[in-house]
Design a protein around this ligand. Structure first.
Ligand code: KG4
Ligand code: ZN
Length: 351
C-alpha cells in the first residue's frame, strides 16, 4: 500500500509518500518546505503569512513527493506496470491554524476527486504519536502505550490501549512546552523557533544556576502549566538585566536553567504515568522531542521493561510521513471520508 500524505497545519508545507510493506513503514519521499525564515522577523507564526505561503508551495511540494521515476503522477488505482500507485490520500485536517489547514484540506479533496483515490482524515497529534514508527515496524509499538506529545501548540500525555484507542491523561492548562521555549527565547531576543536556540546555548551552562519554578510538578494528576514559568523567567531576566554583567554572558546558565525546568516537569509527570499504568511502550513526539536533554533524561528515567520509542530527529518536527503512518491504521479499518464531507477542524481534539 502507498499513501500520499499532506500536512499544512502550521507553518510547514509538507507532503510525503510512504509505502507500507510487510508491516514496515518505508518513507519513499518526505518533502518539507519550511516557512521558518518568513516568520522569523515576527518572532512567531503569522497565520495569514503562513496560509499564503502554503498556497504557493503546496503543489510543487506534492509534485516533488510523487514525481519519482517509480511513481505515477495520478493515482490510477492498481498502478501502471512497474510503477507505484497511490492507494489513499491522508490529510492532517486538524488541530492547527484554520487558514493553514484549509490549504492542505482543499488540495487533498481536489486530488481525491480528480484521481478517484480514497481520502483519510488524520488528527495532527495522532500523526506525532505515529512518528515514532516511521521507517520502523508496526510490531515495535506494543500496548498499552503512553505518549508524551510536546510541540509548539501541545503538551499532552495520552494513554493508548490499542491503535485508535486513546485516553487523555493530562494536558497543559495554558502554554505548551514548546511555547515555553519559544517565549523564553523571544524574551532573550533569540530567533524563532526558540527551542533549538535555547538548547544550543544551554549546553555550556549550569542548569542549576537559576531557580526556575516548575509548576504542577508535585500536584496529583497529569496536567501541566507553563504560563507561570514564563512569567517567572520574564521577572528573572528583568532582574538580572540590572546587574553589571552583559546579559549575553549569562545566556548559557539562563538557557540551561530554563531547559532543565521544562524537562524536569515533563519527565516527572511522564514517570508518574508510567508508574501508574506500567506501559509496554513509551512514545515521545512533537517538535520538543528533538530536545537532546529531554530524550536523554527520559531514556534514563524509564524502567527497562518499558520500550522507549522516539522519532528520528527529522520526524520530530511537523512532517507528512507521520500523517501517512497514522492514516494507514484508518485505511486498514476502511475509515475513509467522502471528499465533500471533509472540513478543516482547527480545534479537533484527539480524545
Ligand atoms: O511539532 P512542531 O514542529 O510544530 C507544532 O506542532 O507546534 O513543534 C515546534 C516546536 C517549537 O516550539 C520549537 O521551539 C520546538 O518545537 N523545538 C524544540 C527543539 N526543536 C524544536 N524545543 C526544544 N528543544 C529543541 N531542540
Ligand atoms: Zn506538530
Amino acid at each position: 500500500m502507498n499513501i500520499l500524505a499532506i500536512e499544512t497545519s502550521c507553518d510547514d508545507t509538507c507532503a510525503a509518500l510512504v509505502e507500507i510493506k510487510h508491516g514496515r513503514f518505508n518513507v519513499l519521499k518526505n518533502i518539507v518546505a519550511s516557512q521558518a525564515d518568513l516568520h522569523k522577523k515576527y518572532g512567531g507564526v503569522v497565520p495569514e503569512v503562513a496560509a499564503r505561503a502554503h498556497v504557493e508551495t503546496i503543489i510543487p511540494v506534492i509534485k516533488e513527493a510523487i514525481n519519482s521515476p517509480s511513481c505515477i503522477q495520478g493515482g490510477v488505482r492498481g498502478g501502471l506496470r512497474g510503477k507505484r500507485s497511490i492507494d489513499a490520500i491522508a490529510i492532517a485536517s486538524g488541530p492547527g491554524l484554520v487558514t493553514s489547514l484549509h490549504i492542505g484540506v482543499e488540495t487533498a479533496k481536489s486530488l481525491s476527486l480528480a484521481w478517484n483515490v480514497p481520502l483519510i482524515k488524520v488528527n495532527h497529534i495522532e500523526g506525532h504519536i505515529y512518528s515514532a514508527i516511521i521507517n520502523n515496524n508496526i510490531s515495535n509499538l506494543k500496548f498499552p502505550a503512553i505518549a508524551l506529545i510536546v510541540s509548539g501548540g501541545h503538551t499532552e500525555l495520552i494513554l493508548m490501549q490499542n491503535h485508535g484507542k486513546y485516553k487523555l491523561l493530562g494536558r497543559t492548562r495554558d502554554d505548551a512546552s514548546g511555547e515555553a521555549f519559544d517565549k523564553s527565547a523571544k524574551m532573550l531576543s533569540l530567533p524563532y523557533p526558540g527551542g533549538p536556540e535555547i538548547s544550543k546555548r544551554a549546553q555550556k551552562g549550569n542548569p542549576y544556576k537559576y531557580d526556575i519554578p516548575k509548576p504542577m510538578i508535585h500536584e496529583k494528576g497529569y496536567e501541566f502549566s507553563f504560563s507561570g514559568m514564563k512569567n517567572a523567567i520574564r521577572l528573572l531576566i528583568e532582574d538580572i538585566s540590572h546587574t553589571d554583567a552583559p546579559l549575553e554572558r549569562l545566556y548559557p546558565d539562563l538557557c540551561a536553567s530554563i531547559e532543565q525546568a521544562i524537562v524536569d516537569v515533563l519527565v516527572s509527570k511522564s514517570i508518574k504515568a508510567v508508574e501508574e499504568y506500567n506501559p509496554k511502550t513509551f512514545i515521545l513526539g512533537g517538535g520538543v522531542s528533538a530536545n537532546k536533554k529531554l530524550r536523554k533524561t527520559l531514556a534514563n528515567a524509564l524502567p527497562k521493561s518499558t520500550k522507549f520509542l522516539i522519532p528520528e530527529l527529522k520526524y520530530c518536527m511537523d512532517n507528512a510521513s507521520m500523517v501517512a503512518v497514522a492514516g494507514y491504521f484508518h485505511a486498514k479499518k476502511k475509515e475513509f471520508i467522502p471528499y465533500h464531507k471533509l472540513k478543516a477542524d482547527a480545534n479537533w481534539e484527539l480524545v
